[in-house]
Structure formats: structure tokens, C-alpha cells
Design a protein around this ligand. Structure first.
Ligand code: ARG
Length: 589
């Protein structure tokens, strides 16, 4: 469709296409040279092409007429096909070709986005369907801060893919099939003999129940034996055991759902148990391929470069985490036809995934290169630390309950709003909704803005600060833009039709260009699986806006209409960033 061709996409890529043409024309024999385009580091332009320097040594020996890299740069510049996106070019230093984009072209694209919607600036990906395997807590255990990171980062990646028109299967791979169920089921039978008749489950607090049964398991040999047998019966599908299991899973599910509801995250549960019936068939396929070997009574797959093998059938004949993950991978590729499968867990599980992926490559399920499709990625992340630099815990050294954490963030932001007198200006509902948006948004943003591989320190004061790179600052910045527009008394929808954006002031131009760069920032964040790239973009956008607003008066100037449209475009892009980061925008402060 023509419209698709016209949509913006990454500026870097658009320029790379132009330089590709120039490279082919200038050096027809050097067919394998890829255009190298980057954002300009100096003040000579907006983007630069860096090919001249690396091309030079290649052509030097081949009797070329060029006299050095700067001459190569000149030729590359001359052969760029005419394009309305470029205003001017120059060659600098050792041969960089600098490109200055046309401000009227930039303005035109902003205007187009305003009328057609932000979807115009969505990344273009080659795939149609992806699985994002995230959150994935273990049943009967409390969701902890590590699950929070997986939930927050995973949701953002899913949102970015969805924005790129990829169908995302948001998978909650809950741990609902471990040996702990034998113990829990047996304890349920023992403690509540008429558990089946009760209208509501008698278990109550599953955490406490888990602890009690664990104690029983550790101290009573008969109980331990019964628990072991219970696992076998459960796995064999005995109805009474399945029913008890389902009851236990349901309690956890309700707890998890509270957290998902707060966070506004949707997930579809396909837990470990789901894949259980498929395991024997998948292992047989691997066995037929000659991949399975016997090792100390277990059945294993050896992986090149790793000294320990991947155990897929334990010596007692049972399946484990790896058998389930291999089967889930097979299922996702073959039954769900996913082209990209993304797993979120802490970096501690890197080796597990490396082994599963390599086994799948050996089986020929995945191509040998990492970047071709179908593709798999383990997206690891670091720990959440407390103020003391150790793993985040509450005072009584228990794991931190997630709902409590989110509640506290909301409570603190509500207090801050009350301190600013908002309880007198707003309805209780407005106060509550804003406190939620700010509190939950702050927790998410504090996590997402860091490179995910680093550990990060959980600190309410820092994340709820209204200055610096925080969600609070950004949400306020957005609300301020909305209030500028409101105060003007102008109808934005009307302006979109009648007014024309112009970018004559340098700060208008800088803001306009940054707006257009949204497309490549999302694309980079999405394809490299790095939400912090989008956070950085958003923060810089806000800084660019501040600069524009302090140097370019909006209301009452001849440029008012154009500048209001620029305000609106900034607000639209900010809201899209918030949306991708799973943060609710606020419109007034
Ligand atoms: N339940 C696991 C845990 O809490 C995470 C599961 C991740 N997904 C997977 N397919 N292994 O550590």
C-alpha cells in the first residue's frame, strides 16, 4: 500500500538507503560495503556517513583515481540521489559526509503524524508473531522483586512489538509443576480432611501454608514418603490430586492477578504443566536425531563449549525445568508459529537458556546464526538491591511482597500531592488516579531507565523525586505541555487542519528533529531489547522541549499556531513513550 511506503520509519535507515545508492554508483565493484550512518557527533550536521575512511584502504591498491579518504567522501556526497529530506551536505575531517536534514521536510512529517496518528512512526519489523515469556512466578511462592523486573521489562518489550504490528503471545510460564506440589497436596489432605466439600478453599494464606508443610516435609520421614508418592499420582493424572493441585494454583493465581491489575499488565498463562503431555513426544524426536545420551543414569544432551550436559530426564525418570523448556520451545515454534521468542528472567538463568537454545540448534529447530529467524533471545536482568547494597529485602529479611511495595509507592505520591494542596483542588477520585499513575509509573520507570543487565537500587525517595530523570518529572512535563495548550484557548483539531508547522528558530528545529527520531529510538529499543534506550529518548525529548519553551514564546506570538502544534506533537510522542513503558499519563498537576 502506498501509505506504508510513505510512513516515516528510521531516519538513519532512510539515509542509509540513499548512501547505499551512492556507494553502488561510486564503487560498483565494492558490492559488499554496507552504508555506515550515525547521528552526527559534531555540529556540522544531523547525521554523518562514515564509509570513506574504511573504504580507502580497500581501493587504494586497486589503481584508484582518488587521492585519499576526503576525496572518497566528496564523491560519495556528490552521488547521493536527490532527496527532499536533505537540505545540505558537507565533507569534514578525514572524510565524514555530514548531512543536514531539511527543516521543511521535518516539519512536514510532524504535521503528517499529527493528522494520521503516531502509528506512522512505528518500527517496521520483518516478523508477524512473537512470544514474550515473562513474569512467570512460581506457584505457592510469593511474587518477589525479581518477578517484578521480569513483569515490567517484559511488558514493555511486548508493547513495543505490538506497536510494531507484531502479534504478541504474552506468556506467563508459571512454575506450576514442581515436586513441591506433592508436599503441598499431602499437607492439604492431612490438615483439612474435608477440603473438597468446603465452598471456599480452607488454605487461606498460601505462604504460611507452604512454610508449615515444608517443615513437616523436612522433619517427618513418613510425610516425606507420602509427598513423593503424591507427586507421582499428580503427574499420573489422578483426579483427586489434580483437583487439589488446581485449588492450590488458584490461590496463587488470584494473588498474582492483583499485582498484574495494579501494573496494568496482561498475560496469558501457559504454565509448565501445560507442556507436560508433549514432553515424551519431543524427547523422542530429539532421541531419533541422535542427540540424547546416557549419563550417570540420566538422559542428557551434550552442548558444545559447555562442560556439563543438559539433563532432560532425571535418573529417577522424572522430567525437569529443561525438559519443559525444550518442549515449550518446540511448541512455540511448531504449534504457535512464533518467529521470535523472548524470555525474561534474571541473568542467573543465562546458562540454562544458552543450553536449551544450543540444543534446539543442534536439533535444527533454529538456524545456526543468532540474528536470523526464527530467533530466540534470553533477556537477562540484574538484581534489585536495597540501600545496603544487598539483595532487596524488608527488615524481617522476608522477601518483599510486591503488592505492599506498589501500595507504598502510591501512598507516598498521594502524600506528596496532598502536601501540594491537590486534595482541595481535585476530587478524591482524581487524587487517587493521579497518585496511582505517579506511584506505579515511578516504580516502573526506575527499573526501565537502567540498562537491564546492571543491578539497580530500589529507593522510593529517588524514584519519586520530581526533579531529574524520573517518571514524576516526565509526567509533570507532559501535564505542563497540556496546560500550555489548554491556556491558549485554541482548538488543536482545528489548527491541525489550518496551521502549518515551521521550524525557523534553532530550538524549534532541534525539537522537531528529535520528535522524528522517535521512530529509530523505538526501533533500536525493540530490536536490541533495551527499554532504557526509549527512556533516554523520552528524557531528552523533555529536555529539548524545555529548551524550546524557554526560548520560544508560544502564546501571543505570530508563530503561536505552529508552536502549539509543536507542543501537541511533543505531548503525543511523550504519551506514546509512556504507553510503551506501561505508564499512565497525567494531564494536569
Ligand atoms: N518460574 C521461573 C522462575 O521463577 C521463570 C520461568 C521463565 N520462563 C521459562 N520458560 N523458563 O525462575
Amino acid at each position: 500500500m502506498a501509505r506504508d511506503e510513505e510512513s516515516l520509519g528510521s531516519l538513519k535507515k532512510k539515509l542509509a538507503e540513499l548512501f547505499e545508492v551512492s556507494l553502488r554508483v561510486t564503487f560498483p565493484t565494492e558490492t559488499d560495503v554496507e552504508p555506515l550512518v550515525a547521528v552526527c557527533t559534531g555540529n556540522f550536521g544531523d547525521y554523518q556517513c562514515n564509509n570513506a575512511m574504511s573504504l580507502w584502504p580497500r581501493i587504494k591498491g586497486k589503481g584508484t583515481a582518488f587521492r585519499g579518504p576526503p576525496a572518497v567522501g566528496q564523491a560519495l556526497m556528490k552521488n547521493i540521489p536527490p532527496s527532499e529530506m536533505i537540505e545540505s551536505c558537507s565533507v569534514a575531517g578525514p572524510g565524514f559526509v555530514n548531512v543536514k536534514l531539511s527543516k521543511s521536510w521535518v516539519a512536514k512529517n510532524i504535521q503528517k503524524m499529527l493528522t494520521r496518528g503516531i502509528g506512522e512512526w512505528a518500527p517496521k519489523l520483518r516478523i508477524k508473531r512473537a512470544v514474550v515469556d515473562f513474569s512467570s512466578p512460581n506457584i505457592a511462592k510469593e511474587m518477589h522483586v525479581g518477578n517484578l523486573r521480569s513483569t515490567i521489562i517484559g511488558d514493555t518489550l511486548a508493547r513495543m512489538l505490538e506497536f510494531s504490528n507484531v502479534q504478541v503471545l504474552r506468556r506467563n510460564h508459571v512454575g506450576d509443576w514442581g515436586t513441591q506440589f506433592g508436599m503441598l497436596i499431602e499437607f492439604l489432605f492431612e490438615k483439612f480432611p474435608d477440603w473438597e466439600d468446603a465452598s471456599e478453599t480452607p488454605i487461606g494464606d498460601l505462604q504460611a501454608f507452604y512454610k508449615e508443610s515444608k517443615q513437616r516435609f523436612d522433619n517427618d520421614h513418613d510425610f516425606l514418603e507420602r509427598a513423593r508418592k503424591a507427586v507421582v499420582k499428580l503427574q499420573g493424572g489422578e483426579p483427586k490430586y489434580r483437583k487439589a493441585w488446581a485449588q492450590i494454583c488458584d490461590i496463587s493465581r488470584k494473588e498474582f492477578d492483583k499485582v498484574y491489575k495494579c501494573l496494568g499488565v496482561t498475560l496469558e498463562e501457559k504454565g509448565e504443566s501445560f507442556y507436560n503431555p508433549f514432553i515424551p513426544g519431543v524427547l523422542e524426536k530429539l532421541s531419533n536425531l541422535g542427540l540424547m545420551e546416557e549419563n550417570q543414569g540420566a538422559r542428557v544432551i551434550f552442548i558444545e563449549g559447555i562442560s556439563i550436559p543438559l539433563i532432560v530426564v532425571k535418573s529417577d525418570g522424572g522430567y525437569n525445568y529443561a525438559s519443559t523448556d525444550l518442549t515449550a520451545l518446540w511448541y512455540r515454534l511448531n504449534e504457535e508459529k512464533a518467529e521470535w521468542i523472548i524470555y525474561l528472567t534474571d541473568v542467573g538463568q543465562s546458562q540454562h537458556f544458552e543450553m536449551v537454545f544450543k540444543a534446539a540448534k543442534r536439533a535444527g529447530w533454529l538456524p545456526p546464526e543468532n540474528n536470523s529467524y526464527p530467533r530466540v533471545n534470553h533477556v537477562g536482568f540484574g538484581l534489585v538491591l536495597g540501600e545496603d547494597g544487598k539483595r532487596f529485602r524488608t527488615r524481617n529479611t522476608e522477601v518483599v511482597r510486591l503488592v505492599d511495595l506498589l501500595d507504598e509507592a502510591k501512598r507516598r505520591s498521594k502524600d506528596a500531592l496532598i502536601e501540594r494542596g491537590k486534595d482541595k483542588e481535585w476530587t478524591e477520585e482524581e487524587l487517587e488516579e493521579t497518585a496511582k499513575a505517579i506511584g506505579y509509573g515511578a516504580v516502573k520507570y526506575a527499573d526501565l531507565k537502567n540498562n537491564r543487565l546492571t543491578n539497580y537500587t530500589f529507593n522510593f525517595d529517588q524514584m519519586l523525586n520530581d526533579k531529574g530523570n524520573t517518571a514524576v518529572y516526565l509526567l509533570y512535563a507532559h501535564a505542563r505541555i497540556c496546560s500550555i495548550i489548554r491556556k491558549s484557548g485554541k482548538e488543536i483539531e482545528e489548527l491541525k487542519k489550518t496551521a502549518v508547522i515551521s521550524l525557523d528558530h534553532p530550538d524549534e528545529r532541534a525539537l522537531g528533529l528529535h520528535l522524528l527520531q522517535f521512530a529509530e529510538s523505538v526501533e533500536e529499543a525493540c530490536t536490541n531489547l533495551l527499554p532504557n534506550v526509549l527512556c533516554e529518548y523520552l528524557y531528552n525529548l523533555s529536555e529539548n522541549f524545555t529548551k524550546f519553551y524557554s526560548n520560544c514564546q508560544v502564546i501571543g506570538k505570530p508563530e503561536e499556531a505552529s508552536r502549539l502544534l509543536l507542543c501537541e506533537a511533543t505531548a503525543v510522542v511523550m504519551r506514546q513513550c509512556f504507553h510503551l513503558l506501561g505508564i499512565e499519563p497525567v494531564y494536569k498537576i
